[in-house]
Design a protein around this ligand. Structure first.
Ligand SMILES: Cc1cc2nc3c(=O)[nH]c(=O)nc-3n(C[C@H](O)[C@H](O)[C@H](O)COP(=O)(O)OP(=O)(O)OC[C@H]3O[C@@H](n4cnc5c(N)ncnc54)[C@H](O)[C@@H]3O)c2cc1C
Ligand code: FES
Length: 309
């Protein structure tokens, strides 16, 4: 009898961390695949995803956030937005989940040796971006790349995920970290005022003209505006970005203004999925199945897919 490709492997939750509170909390869940013979098959590359099921509720797709390993350890950071993610947020250490994967393509880190890398994450989009910078910052990997810059923004300080990790990254002298939170909103939209103390507002009318005070690396603005403030140099460089589609659209525009070409910008798409393995036709854009040919694409590829569609 042939094996059922949709049948998940059982895994046991070994750790749970609350990464961000706010209206849509984020938890990082670590699990280990139960069957020791199956564990090595979960060795993944940065950018690949897994389908995690909460038994009796359903299955959802998450970027694998753990470092590649052969021990069947799978870590995902889950934002609570609906049915499955709410159920996953109720789970405790020792509970069982189902896991399928790793699926999809990956970020071609091996092709980027000698280049500068700029990582840009907006909201929960930091999760797949983190799966790549964690690898690039490992001591044996870090020396393969030029400058590393990390730009990350969330709605409020409470929504910023991985705070302890960012505190540690902020002390490293082999990378540059930039953070932002959203503007205070009024009835007519963003007001140009900071929404929290200690996060100075940028020049909203002309972000690129903002004068950066000595030693300050966190601001009030949207992520695309922070890109204009930081002005990452496109020379011999690659961008890895992920976030809500609207944020990606404006991040890409900000990069293009700075001279970046669309084949230098990599992103990971989060289309709705069902099977995760190119069988059901739920996730495609034109001829490309995001679960199989993606989720990692260059902005150039995304543009040509959208034109085809
Ligand atoms: C390749 C890939 C990687 C992903 N990585 C992560 C990750 O690391 N962490 C994480 O928290 N989420 C990630 N997601 C999104 C995650 O799969 C959805 O948030 C989740 O499936 C929602 O399930 P739910 O049953 O809780 O929500 P539902 O009850 O199905 O929906 C609740 C709300 O969320 C919206 N929604 C559902 N799925 C998506 C989606 N794929 N994209 C945008 N909006 C959606 C619905 O439209 C609805 O408004 C990823 C998605 C993909 C395709
Ligand atoms: S999710 Fe089924 S084809 Fe991609």
């Amino acid at each position: 009898m042939s094996e059922n490709i949709y049948k998940p492997h059982t895994a046991t939750i070994t750790d749970i961390q609350l990464e961000a509170g706010g209206a849509r909390p984020i938890r990082t869940i670590t699990m280990q695949v139960d069957d020791p013979e199956v564990r090595p098959t979960f060795f993944h590359k940065p950018g690949q995803f897994a389908l995690i099921s909460s038994f009796g509720t359903g299955e959802s797709v998450f970027a694998i956030a753990s470092l590649p390993n052969k021990d069947g350890i799978v870590q995902v950071s889950v934002m609570k937005v609906g049915n499955v993610t709410s159920k996953i947020h109720e789970l405790e250490i020792g509970d069982k989940v189902g896991v399928r994967g790793p699926y999809g393509n990956h970020f071609p880190l091996e092709e980027w040796e000698g280049k500068n890398i700029v990582f840009i994450g907006a909201g929960i989009g930091i999760s797949p971006v983190r799966s790549v910078y964690q690898v690039a910052l490992l001591p044996e990997e870090r020396k393969k790349f030029g400058n590393i810059t990390l730009i990350y923004g969330a709605r409020t300080p409470a929504d910023l995920a991985f705070k302890d990790e960012f505190k540690e990254l902020d002390t490293r002298d082999d990378m540059n970290l930039w953070l932002c939170i959203d503007w205070k909103f009024g009835p007519k939209g963003p007001t140009g005022e900071s929404s929290a103390e200690g996060w100075p507002a940028i020049n909203m009318a002309a972000p690129g003209e903002t004068v950066i005070p000595e030693g300050v690396n966190k601001f009030t603005c949207f992520v695309p505006q922070l890109v204009e403030v930081v002005k990452p140099d496109p020379e011999n460089s690659i961008v890895v970005t992920c976030g809500p589609p609207i944020a990606i659209k404006f991040i890409t525009q900000a990069l293009e203004k700075l001279g970046w070409k669309s084949d230098q910008i990599y992103t990971t798409l989060e289309n709705r999925m069902k099977c995760g393995i190119g069988k059901c036709g739920r996730c495609n854009i034109g001829d490309s199945y995001v679960c199989k040919h993606g989720p990692v694409y260059t902005h150039e590829q995304v543009k040509s897919l959208q034109n085809e569609f």
